[in-house]
Design a protein around this ligand. Sequence first.
Ligand code: 4AD
Ligand code: MG
Length: 464
Amino acid sequence: MTNKKRIIEVLRTGQAQEKITIQGWIRTTRKLKEFAFMEVSDGSSLANLQVVLNQDIPDYENIIKRLNTGVSISIEGELVESPAKGQRIELQATQVEIFGDCDPETYPLQKKRHSFEFLRTIGHWRGRTNTLGAVMRVRNACATAIHQFFQSKGFIWAHTPILTASDCEGAGELFTVTNFNLDKLIAEKKDAIDYQQDFFGRKAYLTVSGQLEAEIMAMAFENVYTFGPTFRAENSNTSRHLAEFWMVEPEMAFCDLEGDQNLAEEFLKYIFNFVLENCPEDMEFFNKRINTTVLSNADNIINNEFERITYTEAIKLLEKTTKKFEFSVEWGIDLQSEHERYLAEELFKKPVIVTDYPKDIKAFYMRLNEDHKTVAAMDILAPNIGEIIGGSQREERLDFLEARIAQMNIQADDIWWYLDLRRYGTVPHAGFGLGFERLVQFITGMENIRDVIPFPRTPMNAEF
Ligand code: 4AD
Ligand code: MG
């Protein structure tokens, strides 16, 4: 095999007369009497490579019959300048090898446009479509940008556990992990389960957040971040919720709520810039096919400062508007998605950082403000998405933290190590969590979160 190339390289830098080999899957074919055209994709770019075959390739008659959409193929040939519009270069085949045939009668990805709902039912094929292909490349670019951003600032990537015994958010949305044989327990009609006999000798769960362990790491390395899967048994069937999603959680020692907001804003801007630079064709595609505000949104994020308001100000603004909400507004409520979207989409038309929420609607670890009613929390609300980031300055004072966990009926014994961090060399610190799929939605304009992760996990669905 001579000079194997990925299609993206060929399209960007391939030169006429270069002899190359490409491998991929046929997207479309056009068979004429004396020659055939086909478009081939290897997933490296949105655009396909056009390949021209004529009768002098070995075994032409036999091969031409088998050239259907979905066929996997290896093609050797020579690049030539393309006479066709919209492409600089094409491949004149000299040798073709077919790996796997594909029956056009039963292959589910026909040339017509499919709905995203339908594509979810054929999750093993959707990576071969234009939209999901573009999503996965942008998703990959976002992940690269995240590591690059934090690594360039000297943050340590902290690998926090997926199996855990603590409920960081206290929202009770935990998936239990057990090694018990449930069928046997039921057959034995036990009236209580003794978790001391279970694998870990205690009740264990899939993590909802790596934050508590990230705090441990920040107390030794100053600045760290986690980036991994998190799990929530939230029974919410919305276009913004998954049962398994990826979260990025930086945690910074010697940092307050303002530093937290500054980092989050710089971080989002960095990722948008990176994606525009590295995936320009995919971003053009989203702007044209998915949502015509994708590029102007990116421009808006990169070039404007985010709005910053307190929760109390947000409530006043929501009370003032004539817009009717399904959930009524008063100080103390948790902002609903309709409220969040009104603020970001309609009122400010850009991301809004809302700070200082009532303590009763937030998690135990947030730092109590001087008013003793609010905590040093911050949520970033994004147009079309709503909450994309949730973070806070953490309670670093032992007595305040102990009082809070007592009020909330949290077992201090279970998080003795978390309290220890406040006993020995405590420091002000802060961090946040970015929902990775909501970020990908925000960048690409994709409507449904199930279409920005390769294998979505949602209530009643764990296919593929
Ligand atoms: O606001 P959350 O619950 O915050 C935390 O978990 C903190 N421990 C983060 C921290 O301070 N280190 O979740 C953070 C973000 C949300 O803003 C949202 O973007 C995303 O995670 N998220 C979800 N994304 C998809 N599906 C779900 N079910 C999500 N729940 C939260
Ligand atoms: Mg939140």
